[in-house]
Design a binder for this molecule. Structure first.
Ligand SMILES: [Zn+2]
Length: 505
């Protein structure tokens, strides 16, 4: 027997839910040997060689860490702030157009730490953070986000999200409604494709692969209606060159579907196909207003979607036809979206909602997703969307040890115990998560965060928030006059039929 190093851990006596493809979603008694960050052995009653740290886990469930496929860390300070408004109006508050200053680096660092803390605490070991920080694409600022995730010990794909078309051209009727002087205020100078590409190359050469490989960069042109074709294609080329995800937003709202009819003659997805923008590295956020023809194209190309079921409810965007997407071969992952539209990083909340709601506009509850399918989306589906299904998302020999340990006796979610998978979906809220391991390292152990001084981070944020929110209220006041204008745009869009509705039975 080979000599085990001090980097080895044996988790003994647990029930294991592997989430491996082709395996039943049912726990089995199984020990887990972890060496140098990877799972080296799985099986009952593994014999621990000398020097191996043993973690007794009787009565515990070990499962893969959850993967959150769509986050905007930029919204983390706006939780619980806005309600009862659709995306297009909500954007004026969450991403104000006028009077903003870049968040200072200390606050940026704290904000990213808060994302990591809440994610890890609720069992999320990997996030895809579409970091949106206009107008800058700044290595120091992006590096601050990377540093926060590095210190926290989480796994993350992080972008420097962008749009490079004038915002008012990306929503139907906006140019007709907004007075010329307001249009002039909102028509900012935009970054060119060559500048963005050279910035991305710099990020790939520096930050990408940091944190021992845990932290990666991804491309994130905001949406086909918000970016030039040239930029979208340049991002595709970088995505293929670096094997990095191509993250974009597709048809989140009915207003976007109306806009798509005007800009693309009906189908954004067809437009993407025609311009070579569909490939297995594509991760579409939302995809609520897609047609059967779109779904077929998506399935054939092997794209992923982040189903942000809770955020879609929160902003009244609609219900994505997830049943049909899964059946067509689209890879489905789950996302919280940013804290301004959700309002937490607890993926278990999304899991529960995803299990609850009927998954298609024309299907009843019988056509919804099973608990097994929802759990797959939250683990291996998310890993595939992150282009990391070979290394995380399930517990198999050779994969990185990204796992969570749940104490099923802690709290009431599993008492009485009927079916672990269904109770993970319908009963659990993250409260049973006792320990969290990323890359073979405990980042939370026995309920205690090992990597950050959690209390100090939270307390510093609370101390600084009064000043921050006073400033944000000033920005809100400066942007408030835009709301009635966007309301008028939305009214005009609502009055216009949209082709997807004409096609639905
Ligand atoms: Zn988003």
């Amino acid at each position: 027997m080979k000599d085990k190093t001090s980097n080895a851990v044996l988790i003994r006596g647990a029930d294991l839910l592997s989430m491996a493809a082709g395996e039943e979603v049912r726990p089995r008694r199984c020990d887990v040997m972890i060496e140098d960050g990877r799972i080296s052995e799985l099986g009952p009653d593994l014999v621990p060689p000398p020097g191996v740290e043993i973690v007794q886990a009787e009565g515990r469930l070990v499962m893969p860490g959850l993967v959150n496929a769509h986050v905007h860390s930029s919204e983390m300070f706006y939780r619980g702030r806005y309600e009862r408004m659709p995306l297009e109006t909500w954007l004026c508050w969450s991403y104000p157009f006028l009077g903003t200053q870049p968040l200072d680096l200390d606050m940026l660092h704290l904000r990213s730490q808060l994302v990591a803390i809440e994610s890890l605490r609720s069992g999320v070991t990997m996030i895809s953070d579409d970091f949106f920080d206009p107008p800058a694409h700044d290595l120091e600022r992006l590096g601050t986000v990377f540093r926060a995730y590095d210190e926290a010990g989480i796994r993350a794909n992080v972008s420097s999200g962008l749009m490079n078309l004038p915002y008012l051209d990306t929503i139907a009727h906006a140019r007709d409604v907004f007075p010329p002087d307001v249009q002039a205020q909102l028509d900012f100078p935009l970054i060119g494709t060559a500048d963005y590409v050279s910035y991305c190359e710099e990020v790939f050469a520096t930050l990408h692969g940091s944190g021992g490989g845990r932290l990666r960069y991804m491309l994130a042109p905001s949406g086909p209606q918000r970016c030039t074709v040239e930029l979208m294609q340049a991002c595709r080329d970088l995505s293929l060159k670096w094997q990095a995800p191509y993250h974009t937003h597709v048809l989140e709202t009915r207003t976007q579907a109306v806009t798509a009819d005007r800009l693309f003659g009906g189908s954004i997805v067809r437009f993407m196909q025609d311009h070579g923008l569909l490939h297995p590295g594509v991760l579409m956020a939302h995809a609520v207003w897609v047609t059967d023809a779109d779904i077929e194209l998506m399935g054939n190309a092997g794209v992923s979607i982040s189903w942000n079921a809770l955020a879609n409810l929160r902003l009244g965007s609609g219900l994505a036809p997830v049943r049909r997407m899964l059946d067509a071969g689209v890879n489905v992952a789950l996302g919280t979206d940013g804290a301004s539209s959700n309002d937490t990083m607890r993926l278990f909340d999304v899991i529960r909602v995803a299990g609850m709601i009927s998954s298609a506009t024309t299907a009843g509850p019988g056509a919804g997703l099973s608990a097994d399918e929802v759990l797959r989306a939250a683990t291996l589906g998310g890993a595939q969307a992150a282009m990391l299904s070979g290394s995380t998302g399930s517990l198999e020999v050779g994969k990185q040890a990204d796992l969570i340990i749940l104490n099923l006796s802690n709290g009431t979610a599993f008492t009485p115990l009927s079916d672990v998978a269904k109770q993970l979906v319908y009963c659990e809220n993250g409260g049973s998560v006792e320990s969290v391991m990323v890359d073979g390292r405990f980042v939370i152990r026995g309920g205690i965060m090992q990597t950050l001084d959690e209390k100090a981070v939270l307390s510093e944020i609370r101390d600084r928030m009064a000043f921050y929110l006073r400033e944000h209220e000033r920005i809100e006041a400066e942007n408030a006059f835009l709301i009635p204008l966007f309301d008028k745009v939305l009214e005009r869009c609502a009055a216009e039929p949209v082709s997807i509705e004409r096609r639905l039975p």
